[in-house]
Write a protein that binds this ligand. Structure first.
Ligand code: PLP
Length: 379
């Protein structure tokens, strides 16, 4: 059979996690914690299952969770959204991205993506018959060259996909970036998929620049979030999309034929947790900043060079002082010879950039980070 996605294989994240397990390596590759989710959240899931929440929930999500999210958005971004018309719960941000792309992109449309970027974007665009137009972020700090973005817009451009805080570079947007996006959307009328799954993970007192902060942007945007990242339950694969009513209507038309609903007891557990512990997310920057700093301090004794991540739970490391070989070869050597699994940056790019960078995930126990740093100090 002729593949519809000839360039797609098993993702590097799956490959590296599997190899880490086989080789007994310390796994700093895939973005998930190696410690458990909050105990009361786990108990709430058990209670939801025991309490009989085991049949199809409403297509757009249970009311209690959508109401909690509307409260959260009002509190943190000063935006009033209707839980009924503007909040949709889905099985993970990846599905939300897929649905938002399929709701907007027609065959022949172009979609701007900023490289490096999360690996689901391009295949989802291709399956919708669209074409990803790659605009590279500018190393070493991976800033957005907005002139280049503007130059990439054509009459066929339908959509731009943005991501802040950014995987894999750990950078975050400034208020000026948000204004640039606002101006672009106003000038061109294109839509935005704002991938904000790391919305809580911003450090050093910075503020997350959500599209939800801008009236003009919100009217053209699908803002996408992940409970997996926020509550450290990546395996629960539950996320949500916030979009104005007309966009949410189109989004739901796709969602109802992709999975129809998100898992019912998980929604009940999350709604109860958000109600019981509304302050939980406010503790996340402190928690992860401490992990970033622990890893950073330990890495000062190594030959890696780095700028501390401004957001996400990913740290980029420049290995130029250790080896001058492509990043895919370097991570292979690192896991085989030194027992640390990392992700090469080139897998997030259409064309391998002229950099020597790998990505480490620091959503790990402190002792895991210390053991990994001790191995990296031997290089
Ligand atoms: C930038 C980005 N977007 C989306 C996702 C997917 O989130 P989910 O697990 O909720 O599908 C991830 C997960 O790693 C991510 O890093």
């Amino acid at each position: 059979m002729q593949s519809k996605l000839p360039r797609v294989g098993t993702t590097i994240f799956t490959v590296m996690s599997r190899r880490a397990e086989e080789l007994g390596a310390i796994n700093l590759s895939q973005g998930f914690p190696d410690y458990d989710a909050p105990e009361d959240l786990r108990e709430l899931l058990v209670a939801a299952v025991r309490g009989g929440h085991n049949q199809y929930p409403p297509m757009a999500g249970i009311a209690a969770l959508r109401e909690q999210l509307a409260l959260d958005v009002a509190r943190r971004y000063q935006r009033t959204v209707s839980p009924e018309a503007e909040v949709t719960i889905v099985p993970g941000a990846t599905e939300a991205i897929f649905c938002a792309i399929h709701a907007t992109v027609r065959p022949g449309d172009e979609v701007l993506v900023l490289d490096p970027c999360y690996d689901s974007y391009e295949p989802s665009i291709q399956l919708a018959g669209g074409r990803a137009v790659h605009v590279p972020l500018v190393p070493p700090r991976f800033a957005i060259d907005w002139q280049r973005v503007r130059d990439a817009v054509t009459p066929r451009t339908r959509l731009i996909i943005t991501n802040t805080p950014h995987n894999p570079t750990g950078t975050i947007w400034s208020a000026a970036d948000l204004h640039e996006l606002e101006a672009l959307v106003e000038a061109t009328g294109i839509y935005v998929i704002a991938d904000e799954v790391y919305e809580h993970l911003v450090y050093d007192g910075a503020r997350h620049q959500s599209v939800l902060r801008s009236d003009a942007l919100y009217q053209r945007s699908f803002a996408i979030f992940s409970f997996g990242k926020t509550y450290q339950v990546t395996g629960w694969k539950t996320g949500y999309c916030i979009a104005p009513p007309a966009l949410s209507t189109e989004f739901r038309k796709v969602h109802q034929f992709v999975t129809f609903v998100a898992v019912a007891p998980i929604q009940h557990a999350l709604a109860a947790f958000m109600q019981l512990r509304p302050e939980y997310s406010a503790g996340l920057p402190g928690l992860f900043q401490a992990k970033r700093d622990l890893l950073g301090t330990a890495l000062r004794a190594t030959s890696f060079r780095f700028e501390p991540a401004a957001g996400t739970f990913f740290q980029l490391l420049d290995y130029r002082a250790i080896a001058d070989r492509p990043d895919t070869e370097f991570v292979d050597w690192l896991i085989r010879e030194h027992g640390v699994a990392a992700i090469p940056i080139s897998v997030f790019c259409d064309e391998a950039p002229d950099t020597r960078l790998i990505r480490l995930c620091f959503a790990k126990r402190d002792d895991t980070l210390q053991r990994a740093a001790a191995r990296l100090a031997r290089l």
